[in-house]
Ligand binder design. Sequence first.
Ligand code: KIV
Length: 285
Amino acid sequence: MAKKKLMIHELYQMKAEGRKVTWLTAYDFPTAQFAEAAGLDMLLVGDSLGMCVYGYTGTVPVTMDQCIVHSEAVRRGAPNTFVIGDMPFMSYQRSDEDAVVNAGRFLKEASVDAVKLEGGRRVASRIQAIVDAGIVVCGHLGLTPQSSGQLGGHKAQGRTAVSAEAVIQDALAVHEAGAHLLLLEAVPPEVAGFIAGKLPIPVYGIGAGPQCDGQILIVSDLIGQFQAFTPKFVKKYADVATVITEAMKAYVKGVHEGKFPADEHCYHMLEGEESLFKKLIDKYR
Ligand code: KIV
């Protein structure tokens, strides 16, 4: 039987019942297929694709068109999983109108179930405008990579009482603006736990401790594919970089040693055709 896609009210029910949501990023069709087969509750086509797929040093260069193409592929690979499209830098910062138009593109062109955008009080009107357009919205607070310049780098947030209060005020504003879900990134578990308990909406975490209503990881970290750096909150469940590199080395060796391709990898001529072929090519000798 095909897996049943979760709806937003079921995510709320899971929070009420204390059942943790499992969420992962995905950027392509095969990974989305694996995730759906593995029973993930949700997928995020994160703007982390800038680093994980395109090799940029951050998320800022990522465009709407890139996000749409990858979201389409993920939707095709995981038709029965709740998919969230991540709004890239400058797709919503300028105006509420931009925010609605670009959030709408995710739904119209890639059939995602929701969109995510970074920021608290300063994007409250963007969140409200997207919600008013009938779109499910996930907020994103704490370490917000699109504004990491202002944060002084990719640093955990809310580690002092004053900065923790700022995260809490942003969380309240995101909820008040109508967001249906909230993601906290790199926030102390004490702070994330308080917010998850205070807000009625599901609060998920990455590097925000176990008290959140669910967890997300970047798939390229989880499978051991991303090489540039590994944040403290990552747990590597596999080492595909080694698996892939070893497979490629074995291929190179096989070709150099004349062991690949072997007879079983060849398309031989149809019966009786080889003798005809030999006669035919005589004229080229
Ligand atoms: O783009 C992304 O992958 C994210 C992570 C924090 C999950 O937003």
